[in-house]
Write a protein that binds this ligand. Structure first.
Ligand SMILES: Nc1ncnc2c1ncn2[C@@H]1O[C@H](COP(=O)(O)OP(=O)(O)OP(=O)(O)O)[C@@H](O)[C@H]1O
Length: 327
């Protein structure tokens, strides 16, 4: 890890005037001044040559955090250092070193992709070759169409090209692979990997856990505007594996209950019946649990046709932390 972070955010606070609906439904979530804290003390660092992922459910505060980090929104508290400067009111020199891909594209609607990219390129001293970049991202194939008429995925690709064109030192990607087909997604992953090799500090927000698991060097899980857990993907998975494991099995019995299998274990297990005799047992599995499970199969005269210990994914970790209800 490089010693100097490219982005260093400490105790970030950002408040918004809440909607009437929110005010009425969540009076407890308002500050004394009647404001809603979208970001309530988030801190994180992003280093050159690494992909730092902010992972959180809808509304967790990721986009607001990035907007403050990019200098697009004024923060209400905390400190931000982006390449050594405060991004709010930053110099044009600093802005030229930062590439931003916004979640909704943020692109002008009536222009076609290539003229737009050429226009963006003209703002930089040493831009990337537009033809090469658009070929790579498959933009050539829809260049005759204005941004307004592009599909969501096509717009995403143009937005990514616009973020890359100035050879940034810091690259902000808000949900970069949302809505992309598998081929485009792979191209985006390859490009992210190349930028990383170039030494770019990449800050990526997502709630797609697959992406985080695949790309992240370091993950910060945020929830309700605050940091909850951080670590490498491996750290988070190991930590979770110590606590809970999942075993899936299939037997010729439709209505098994937890008591049938682990009666008296006194442990907080959960059994999910996935239908057609397929079950998922989760909890702090130990060798003794496996023994008990096998004994129950024997007593019930059940021979599993499938039995597998499932490694936990980042999704499991995330759901444990963020809760399973949808906000
Ligand atoms: N301009 C605004 N005015 C009022 N509330 C806002 C504003 N912008 C964001 N919020 C609120 O702040 C909270 C955090 O929103 P934010 O967009 O940062 O979340 P997010 O983690 O990026 O979510 P998503 O994954 O859905 O993009 C949400 O509750 C949102 O409604």
């Amino acid at each position: 890890m490089n010693s100097q972070p490219a982005l260093d955010i400490s105790d970030l606070v950002k408040e918004f005037k809440p909607s009437k609906d929110f005010r009425e439904k969540h009076p407890e979530a308002l500050t004394e001044a009647g404001l809603k804290r979208a970001v309530n003390g988030i801190s994180f660092k992003a280093y050159p040559g690494e992909v730092t992922v902010l992972l959180g459910a809808n509304g967790a505060g990721k986009t607001t955090t990035l907007a403050c980090a990019q200098g697009l929104t004024k923060r209400d508290g905390g400190t931000i250092s982006l390449l050594g400067e405060d991004p709010w009111g930053a110099s044009p020199q600093l802005r030229a070193r930062v590439g931003i891909m916004l979640q909704d594209g943020g692109l002008p609607q009536s222009v076609r992709p290539l003229p737009l990219l050429r226009h963006v390129a003209a703002m930089y001293a040493n831009p990337l070759d537009i033809s090469e970049l658009s070929q790579r991202l498959g933009i050539d194939s829809f260049n005759g169409t204005s941004i307004r008429r592009l599909s969501g995925g096509q717009r995403q690709r143009v937005a990514l090209a616009a973020a890359l064109v100035g050879r940034p030192d810091v690259l902000f990607l808000d949900e970069p692979s949302a809505g992309l087909d598998p081929q485009s997604r792979q191209v985006v992953f390859d490009i992210i990997e190349e930028q990383k090799q170039r030494g770019v500090a990449i800050v990526l927000t997502t709630h797609l856990l697959d992406d985080a698991q695949r790309l992240a060097d370091y993950v910060y899980i945020v929830e309700r505007g605050q940091n909850v857990v951080e670590g490498t993907v491996a750290d988070l998975l190991t930590r979770a594996a110590d606590e809970t494991k999942t075993i899936t099995f299939t037997v010729a019995r439709e209505n098994l209950t937890l008591t049938d299998l682990l009666s008296g274990s006194g442990q907080p297990f959960s059994l999910v019946n996935r239908g057609h005799g397929s079950y998922q047992l989760s909890g702090p599995l130990k060798p003794s649990t496996l023994t008990q499970l096998m004994r129950s199969f024997e007593q019930l005269d059940l021979m599993p046709t499938h039995l597998e210990l499932t490694p936990r994914t980042l999704e499991d970790v995330f759901l444990d932390i963020a809760g399973r209800e949808i906000r």
